[in-house]
Every structure is written in structure tokens, then in C-alpha cells.
Ligand binder design. Structure first.
Ligand SMILES: Cc1cc2nc3c(=O)[nH]c(=O)nc-3n(C[C@H](O)[C@H](O)[C@H](O)COP(=O)(O)OP(=O)(O)OC[C@H]3O[C@@H](n4cnc5c(N)ncnc54)[C@H](O)[C@@H]3O)c2cc1C
Length: 338
């Protein structure tokens, strides 16, 4: 229909799949994909393999910049959305440009979370969310022999595997917050600890981080419980939380993520949220669930796009590996794969 314009914010697995699906479901409608990242769409779950040197950067990509061009999807890479005006149906970019839309898909994913009691040490901790982070890890690892992993989220297990492949010494600090928003019980912690120890990792269970001092570019002195360690890198892995602060004040309903109905609809005309940033209502559970993970994000991206193009497809809670904690349901299938 003339005058229509669909915008997707986010070029991760959910945004990428949404764009490809819209191209098929609404072939005549212009589609713009906005991403603060500078690259095409890649698989973040492969970043640990890149760090391990098992794959090259070119192996990460699902849709490079040219792939979008070929499909007539306008990619605005390296542009951050600063706000969304839902009444005026405008997306406002950092550089103040305003883009009108008739349909909008929010696929802004997550950002690494650092627990409040560790914020003081944040600047000394390395996280891993995007390609730039991975490149920083690779650079640092050229100069250091040991790494302390704090947390234990699903990403950290992939990174630990990469570090072992690079023959680095790995210390792993696990506590009940490790799989946030799940709280680990003793049994779960022991199971993870046993798996890691069996692979040569030195596991520190239930100890508190008391202090960190940077001794040099390649050495940090860390005080954990009664132990003192010297490590080259401190990696912080406490899960991802939705990257939705820029939407505060938009009128969207938000809790941990953007609240949507089972069709991923936000309640605002033509506006859907999908992937890691969405919190989805399930009528049978009478509660919202979140799914974190690559395959879920792609599936949800497809559903949001189909519904924006006029479909009526429900997002279903994924199969077996769903854990429930305090009303939040999390698909944690991937941490078991280590
Ligand atoms: C290192 C790592 C390893 C992982 N391993 C696995 C695994 O083994 N298995 C698995 O299932 N999952 C894994 N995951 C998780 C998986 O990658 C995510 O669940 C998935 O990427 C979520 O997709 P998404 O599209 O919802 O969000 P994201 O991939 O987070 O993409 C969000 C996009 O939105 C953009 N964006 C955000 N805010 C703005 C803004 N204001 N303006 C413009 N653009 C914006 C970002 O730049 C990004 O392009 C891993 C993640 C990481 C980081």
C-alpha cells in the first residue's frame, strides 16, 4: 500500500529475521533496518569461536551489508535510535533525524548486566556482547595467560571453552546469582562446578569479590573471599538485560523487557517488540515470559514480522528447557550444552 513504511530497530537475529520475513510478506512496502552497530547481521553466539580462533570474522555473518541491498532493505548501520514518538509515529535518531513509520518492530536485544554490588569494579571488567567486544578480547588475550570469569551465564561457558582451547588458565567464580534471572540452588551450582572442574577450570564457589586492583596493563590483583589472585582479564558474565532505557517515556509498557501480548503486539498501532527485549504474555500461565537465545530470537522476529504484515501468529513458550523463577520463565537450553 502506498505511504507505508516499516522500520525495524535492531540488526541482531530477531531484527534480521524480521526484515527478511517482511520482505517476503510485504514485498511492496519499504523496509528500513536501523542498527547502532556498524556491521551487517551476524551470529553473536559464534563470538566465543571467533575468540578461540576456530572461525574467521567472515563466518559470523548471516546478512552482510550487500545482502540487505540485494533485497531492497535499507540498512542504516551505525545509527542509534534515541527515542520513539508513538503518537506521532516517528523514530528519532541520535543525530536528531526523525523517520516516519506505519509499522515498527523493536528488536533491540539486551546489554550485559553487572549486579549492583559489583558496579564499583565495572571499569575493570570485560563483557562480551558484540563483535567489537570480541575483538577487544582477542587483542587482550595476546598478552595475558590467565582469566577470571565472574558470573556464569550461558555466554561465559562458551568463552570458558574458548579460553581452554587457547590454553589459558581459567578461574571461574560461581555464586547463586550466576544464572540470573534464575537463582541457582546448591545442586545446580555443584553440577556446573563439577563440569568445569572436569575440564581443568579452577572453580571458586560462593565467594565474594572484595577488591580489584589494576597492577599493570596485563595484571589485575583480585581479592575473592580469603584468596588472592593475579589475572590478566576479569570477564563479567551476568546475563543480558533488555536494552530499553531509550524507550522510557515513550508510553510503552515495560517491566524487565517490553510487555507484549502473545502476538508480540505492544498495544500501540503497528508496533511490535521481539527477540530478547520482549516480555510476552501467556494466557495459560497468566504471566509474562522471556526467551533468551539465538533460535528463539529468530523465531520471534519472524512472528513479529508476519503479524505486522497482517498475520495472526502466536508466540509459544519454547519446549523442554524452560526454568521458572519468581514468575519469570527463561529458556536456558543453551547453558546445558557446555
Ligand atoms: C557472546 C554470546 C554468546 C551467545 N551464545 C548463545 C548460544 O550459544 N546459544 C543461544 O541460543 N544464544 C546465545 N547468545 C544469545 C543470543 O545471541 C541472543 O539471544 C540473540 O542475539 C538475541 O537476538 P536479538 O536480535 O533479540 O538481540 P541482539 O542480538 O542483542 O541484537 C539487538 C540489536 O539491536 C541494536 N540496538 C539496540 N539498541 C539500539 C538502539 N537504541 N538503536 C539502534 N540499534 C539498537 C543492537 O546494536 C543490535 O544490533 C549469545 C550471546 C552472546 C553475546
Amino acid at each position: 500500500m502506498s505511504g507505508e513504511h516499516f522500520i525495524i530497530i535492531g540488526n541482531g537475529p530477531a531484527g534480521n529475521q524480521a526484515a527478511l520475513t517482511l520482505r517476503e510478506s510485504a514485498p511492496d512496502t519499504p523496509v528500513t533496518l536501523i542498527s547502532k552497530d556498524h556491521e551487517g547481521s551476524y551470529r553473536p553466539n559464534l563470538l566465543p569461536k571467533l575468540i578461540a580462533g576456530k572461525i574467521g570474522e567472515e563466518d559470523l555473518y548471516v546478512s552482510g551489508v550487500n545482502a540487505y541491498k540485494e533485497r531492497d532493505i535499507k540498512l542504516r548501520a551505525g545509527q542509534r535510535v534515541a527515542a520513539v514518538d508513538l503518537e506521532g509515529k516517528k523514530v528519532i535518531l541520535d543525530h536528531k533525524e526523525r523517520l516516519g513509520y506505519t509499522g515498527l518492530i523493536l528488536a533491540v536485544g539486551g546489554t550485559p548486566r553487572i549486579p549492583e554490588n559489583m558496579l564499583a569494579f565495572q571499569d575493570l571488567m570485560a563483557t562480551l556482547k558484540n563483535l567489537l567486544d570480541a575483538k577487544n578480547w582477542i587483542k587482550k588475550l595476546e598478552k595475558v595467560e590467565s582469566v577470571l570469569i565472574i558470573g556464569g551465564d550461558l555466554t561465559s561457558l562458551g568463552v570458558t571453552r574458548a579460553l581452554l582451547q587457547l590454553e589459558k588458565k581459567v578461574y571461574f567464580m560461581l555464586n547463586e546469582e550466576a544464572f540470573w534471572p534464575l537463582r541457582c540452588d546448591k545442586e545446580m551450582l555443584e553440577e556446573v562446578a563439577n563440569r568445569l572442574t572436569g575440564k581443568g577450570v579452577e572453580v571458586l564457589i560462593d565467594q565474594r569479590l572484595k577488591g580489584v586492583a589494576r597492577v599493570s596493563e596485563t595484571v589485575c590483583r583480585v581479592e575473592i573471599g580469603e584468596s588472592r589472585l593475579e589475572v590478566g582479564i576479569i570477564g563479567a558474565f551476568f546475563g543480558l538485560h533488555p536494552d530499553i532505557r531509550f524507550l522510557a517515556g515513550s508510553g510503552l509498557r515495560m517491566d524487565r523487557g517490553i510487555l507484549v501480548d502473545p502476538y508480540l503486539y505492544t498495544g500501540f498501532d503497528g508496533v511490535y517488540a521481539t527477540g530478547d527485549c520482549a516480555q510476552i504474555y501467556h494466557p495459560a500461565l497468566k504471566d509474562y515470559w522471556v526467551s533468551i537465545g539465538h533460535d528463539n530470537a529468530r523465531e520471534l522476529g519472524k512472528i513479529a514480522a508476519m503479524n505486522l504484515a497482517g498475520g495472526k501468529v502466536k508466540a509459544e513458550v519454547g519446549g523442554k528447557s524452560i526454568f521458572e523463577e519468581e514468575g519469570i520463565r527463561v529458556n536456558t537450553s543453551w547453558w546445558m550444552e557446555f
